[in-house]
Design a protein around this ligand. Structure first.
Ligand code: IMP
Length: 179
């Protein structure tokens, strides 16, 4: 069972739903009168983004990107774009949605790439932020929760592609990745 591998539940399903609603409220205010392109970073974004966009009651379009940098619990620092956007984003208001901002290696690369395509605006929304781990100067415009330096899974976040389907965010027992 997956639950046996969880040391502590950080954010319950209910706490996540409440916070996602609040974030959506901020985003709704900031994007009044606009029709943004919401770009999710796969695969970790999928649960958060699905919940977030269903709280946004204005016209928007969706697209996805994928980048790789992680091996197990370590950020490698090298980032490759594995899946790119379908359409040109020049002149669009782009909201990039990611599960977690950790070292910033992945997102700083993606942000630089998207900025080079001349969007009208580019903002970053992350469910979780681990500022202690940052190695690149990058801050998100919308942050669900700031968390300490622990490896977390669930609500889209994985360890070796497992645990994404847990309905809550929990700290993974270190014994799981030390074995
Ligand atoms: P960064 O490039 O170090 O900022 O890493 C970003 C990516 O690493 C995220 O999109 C996640 O996929 C992954 N990641 C970072 N920390 C965690 C964690 O605690 N649990 C699961 N995945 C994580």
């Amino acid at each position: 069972m997956m639950e046996q591998d969880i040391q502590e539940i950080l954010f319950s399903q209910e706490a996540l739903a409440r916070r996602v609603k609040e974030l959506a409220g901020e985003i709704r205010r900031d994007y009044a009168g606009k029709a943004p392109l919401v770009v999710g970073v796969l695969r970790g974004c999928f649960v958060f983004m699905a919940d977030l966009v269903r709280e946004l009651d204005f016209p928007l379009t969706l697209d996805f990107m994928a980048a790789s940098s992680y091996h197990g619990t370590e950020s490698s620092g090298k980032v490759n774009i594995q899946l790119d956007l379908h359409d040109d984003i020049a002149g669009r208001d782009v909201l990039l949605v990611e599960d977690i901002l950790d070292t910033g290696n992945t997102l700083s690369k993606l942000v630089a790439e998207l900025k080079s395509r001349n969007p009208a605006s580019l903002k970053l929304c992350v469910l979780l932020d681990k500022p202690e781990r940052r190695v690149r100067p990058l801050e998100a415009d919308y942050v669900g929760f700031t968390i300490p330096d622990a490896f977390v899974v669930g609500y889209g976040l994985d360890y070796e592609q497992q645990y994404r389907n847990l309905p809550y965010v929990g700290i993974l027992k270190p014994s799981v990745y030390q074995r």
